[in-house]
Design a protein around this ligand. Structure first.
Ligand code: PMP
Length: 329
């Protein structure tokens, strides 16, 4: 019989698939790594496993302990999944702007959720930051992973994502492209690949306006990537280049990936593919570009995949496919 002992054992070893349509006119091979096929639906399952393993080893997390983290997204899901398997309690602090669906995913895995008002300044006692700090100090046995500074985030990608890409491309990868949020993915994966090859190029994709591509943190709509500060999980010496991508470009590509490639992913995936194609268009046929797609598109149905939402932000270039309405028009 061939089966996994627990769901956590299925984290990682995600497949690569070639892009065939959005790469029209490009000679190089462009492969995407589908992180939504992790059990919790994102690349963050990888860091959750490694962060909890390390905390146990270092005695920061003991049986019956509680994981407290301000997170609304994929990291929360990853942590909740691993915590549940190992009998830890999870308390996540979320700002009230986070949608009900995202909250419900966390509670479905057994996490507790504390909702804080978005409209108060960071030093207010009810703010996202103040509440999570207070919970950590008041809950006995509390452990705060802090994905922005935890070295086990990049390390998990150094130990798993990088080696998987090297193995699955038979060492032929020439370019690696990933979006930058905490910076853990690009730092860990990029560092591993650079150690294997002197010629591999590591390229970060960043929302236009974020600090990594020289911005000041100006708002953008794509989720999970870009920052207004420099986290220590990010090593700026790893990427050779950072490419800024606009929301409009990222969302249009996200829609095309679903429509033309059958790959339903989130906006940061579309963003990474835009950057990858920019690089790939000038490359020869023997180049192999690997792009990491961090999560799936189900969490964005009401936003990126909703024409009305896109139009409300002035994005009108979303491909809509051949709907009955189009044919009759
Ligand atoms: N995309 C999404 C949807 C994410 O949640 C994250 C994590 N913040 C990233 C991309 C970026 O990954 P990293 O934090 O490793 O830079």
């Amino acid at each position: 019989m061939h089966y996994a002992e627990t769901i956590v054992d299925l984290v990682g070893n995600t497949p690569l698939v070639k892009l065939n349509r959005v790469t029209d006119g490009i000679a190089a091979t462009v492969l995407v790594k589908l992180e939504y096929l992790n059990p919790g639906g994102s690349a963050k399952d990888r860091i959750a496993t490694r962060i909890i393993d390390a905390a146990e080893r270092e005695g920061k997390l003991k049986p019956g302990g509680t994981i407290v983290e301000p997170t609304s997204g994929n990291t929360g899901v990853g942590l909740a999944l691993v915590a549940q398997q190992r009998g830890y309690r999870c308390v996540f602090v979320l700002p009230d702007k986070v949608g009900e669906d995202k909250r419900n995913v966390l509670t479905a895995y057994g996490a507790e959720v504390v909702v804080t008002p978005t409209s108060v300044p960071p030093d207010h006692p009810e703010s996202y930051y103040s509440v999570s700090d207070r919970l950590v100090s008041e809950i006995p046995g509390a452990f705060k992973p802090d994905q922005y500074s935890n070295p086990n985030g990049p390390l998990s990608h150094y130990e798993t994502t990088g080696p998987e890409i090297w193995r699955d491309t038979d060492g032929l990868v020439t370019h690696f492209v990933a979006g930058v949020g905490t910076g853990g993915t690009i730092t860990g994966t990029g560092r591993f690949l650079r150690e294997q090859s002197d010629t591999v190029r590591i390229i970060g994709a960043d929302p236009e306006g974020s600090v990594y591509s020289g911005g000041t943190g100006r708002p953008y709509l794509v989720e999970g990537v870009g920052e207004d500060f420099w986290p220590t999980a990010y090593d700026p010496s790893v990427p050779h280049e950072i490419i800024a991508v606009t929301d409009a470009e990222a969302f249009a590509m996200t829609r095309r990936l679903a429509l033309e490639e059958g790959i339903l992913v989130g906006g940061s995936s579309g963003m990474a593919v835009v950057a990858a194609l920019q690089v790939a268009k000038d490359l020869p046929a023997d180049a192999v570009v690997v792009v990491l797609l961090p999560d799936g598109g189900r969490g964005y149905l009401a936003k990126i995949f909703n024409d009305k939402w896109l139009r409300s932000y002035g994005f009108s270039n979303a491909p809509t496919g051949h709907t009955i309405a189009n044919l009759l028009a």
